[in-house]
Design a protein around this ligand. Structure first.
Ligand code: NAD
Length: 244
């Protein structure tokens, strides 16, 4: 069974759908409970197995509550996709403490809190486990106006590599995916601004954004049995040589 955080819309909803279509029972987490329930309802209507769950994953307590809900509903956690994320963009010299703290809390602390809680359950079950962290190309390359977000997403790579080494002996893998912009949280950024911010977008022939569904195949692969020997890795998704 799989837990996907922040799955009430965007990439998370696409990942929940893809995992459910592969036969996983999916806990669709989102702090926006109405969206989580709606995604789960739509999947259930299609004959797939899913429930909505509403924990705020940015605290250890919230992460524990989410894993407990997964254990109650489906008896355990085999796959965790750490997808929940937020943006609070501003140039670093004007960024407020709240803008810094909020993004670090959801994107970095929340990812760690959920991974930590999931590992505790996975270790108890004695079965192989999969943790897939959604980072971002911003974490590798930096991104103007996103010091908070880029720092959090770079931090996700550090915790991915560290945890992968710590838990390998329990049959648990921890990997990351680093997408370039896809539709979703970046929708509010006009294409002209996007091209200005990033030299690799200045060529008008470059496809500016992918779709959430384009992230799913990499997640399905990392969640699969075949990926047992893939651990501590980062898969870039983005359509050009600068993905990483
Ligand atoms: P989105 O804003 O469409 O969805 C994020 C979801 O996370 C929302 O439903 C939101 O309610 C939920 N969420 C926020 N805080 C939460 C919390 N504390 N607890 C539980 N849920 C919470 O975003 P998206 O575009 O689908 O992005 C999903 C992930 O992919 C994020 O981690 C993002 O950083 C990453 N990413 C996105 C892009 C992109 O271009 N969209 C590119 C690279 C990486």
């Amino acid at each position: 069974m799989a837990v996907v955080t922040g799955a009430g819309q965007g990439i998370g909803a696409a990942l929940a759908r893809a995992l459910a279509a592969e036969g996983a029972r999916v806990v669709v987490n989102d702090i926006n409970g109405a969206n989580a329930d709606e995604v789960a309802r739509l999947l259930s209507e299609e004959g797939l197995q899913a429930i909505g769950e509403h924990s705020d994953i940015s605290s250890f307590d919230g992460a524990e509550a989410l894993m407990e809900a997964a254990v109650q509903a489906y008896g355990g956690v085999d796959i965790l996709v750490n997808n929940a994320g937020i943006l609070r963009d501003r140039m670093s010299f004007n960024m407020s403490e709240a803008e810094w703290d909020q993004v670090i809390a959801v994107c970095l602390k929340g990812t760690f809190a959920c991974a930590r809680a999931a590992v505790r359950h996975m270790r108890r079950s004695g079965k192989p486990g999969r943790i897939i962290n959604i980072s971002s190309r911003s974490g590798l390359r930096g991104s103007i106006g996103q010091a908070n977000y880029a720092a959090a997403k770079a931090g996700v790579l550090g915790l991915t590599r560290t945890m992968s080494r710590e838990v390998e002996k329990y049959g648990i893998t921890v990997n990351a995916i680093s997408p370039r912009a896809v539709t979703g949280m970046t929708d509010s950024v006009p294409d002209a601004v996007r091209r200005k911010k990033d030299a690799s977008w200045s060529d008008s022939s470059v496809v500016l954004r992918g779709s959430p569904a384009q992230v799913a195949p990499a997640v399905l692969y990392l969640a699969s049995e075949e990926a047992q020997w893939v651990n501590g890795q980062v898969i870039g998704i983005g359509g050009d040589k600068l993905s990483l």
